[in-house]
Design a protein around this ligand. Structure first.
Ligand SMILES: [Zn+2]
Ligand SMILES: [Zn+2]
Length: 236
């Protein structure tokens, strides 16, 4: 960044970029995103400021190559699929991490209008909001998102069915608990899931057609049915 001086650098703008609802456009070099956001901010504000950019959302299903490219351009990665879209929480987190230099402007790039976020650019590069873990090396963060440890932590916070205490959203193919329908949708569309689904279809080709290989959602009617069935069973 040329010019501007110290005064400009004391003005800070926190930009929170929702990678799930606003992905990098096809054919666009991900390493150029940072520069584009910075110029858009300067143009919008009419003066220069220090711009800190956070790419957030459910990062489990974003390709490793893309995450590496985004991180290498100096954008901070934050995996926050559960509650990461609560604007107030995120702003509170920003001010806790930057007590001496709060952002003067916050910008949101998202199609989900309920979100926002920011932190310190000297802080670690990648954050898992599920495990409260931070990583300075992007590759370690990516490995973490696929680790058993991370899935175990996720499993501990996902909503569960009150009758069987099983996760409300669960993929039996990958043994993956989802936080909500949207995260389950991201999971079901992911390369990992499709590959595993393919493999298990090949392996279990002899199973009856009704066998569920994809995720289930235990909805109200299922629950009612199950509890009725249980009560009826007791009568005999
Ligand atoms: Zn984690
Ligand atoms: Zn799956």
């Amino acid at each position: 960044m040329a010019g501007g001086g110290d005064a400009a650098l004391q003005r800070r703008t926190g930009v929170w970029w929702d990678l799930n609802t606003c992905p990098v456009p096809d054919g666009f070099d991900p390493r150029r995103v940072r520069g584009c956001i910075e110029s858009a901010v300067h143009k919008q504000m009419g003066h220069r400021s220090k711009v800190i950019i956070y790419a957030m959302g459910n990062l489990e299903y974003i390709s490793s190559a893309l995450l590496e490219e985004i991180a290498s351009s100096g954008i901070v990665l934050i995996h926050a699929p559960c509650g990461g879209n609560d604007f107030k929480n995120l702003l509170r987190e920003w001010s806790q991490l930057n007590p001496s230099s709060p952002a003067t402007t916050v910008m949101l790039i998202s199609r989900n209008y309920t979100m926002m976020m920011t932190v310190n650019e000297d802080e670690p590069l990648c954050i898992c909001d599920i495990c409260y873990d931070t990583f300075e090396i992007c590759a370690e963060f990516i490995t973490h998102l696929k680790s058993e440890e991370h899935i175990k932590e996720l499993s501990g916070i996902v909503p569960r069915d009150s009758w069987y205490c099983k996760p409300m959203h669960f993929c039996h193919v990958c043994n993956y608990p989802g936080y909500d329908e949207y995260n389950m949708l991201l999971h079901n569309q992911s390369e990992d899931h499709c590959r595993k689904l393919d493999e298990s279809r090949k392996r279990l080709i002899s199973l009856p057609r009704e066998t569920s290989l994809t995720s289930y959602v235990l909805n109200e009617s299922n629950k009612t049915f199950l509890s009725r069935k249980k009560r009826k069973d007791k009568l005999y």
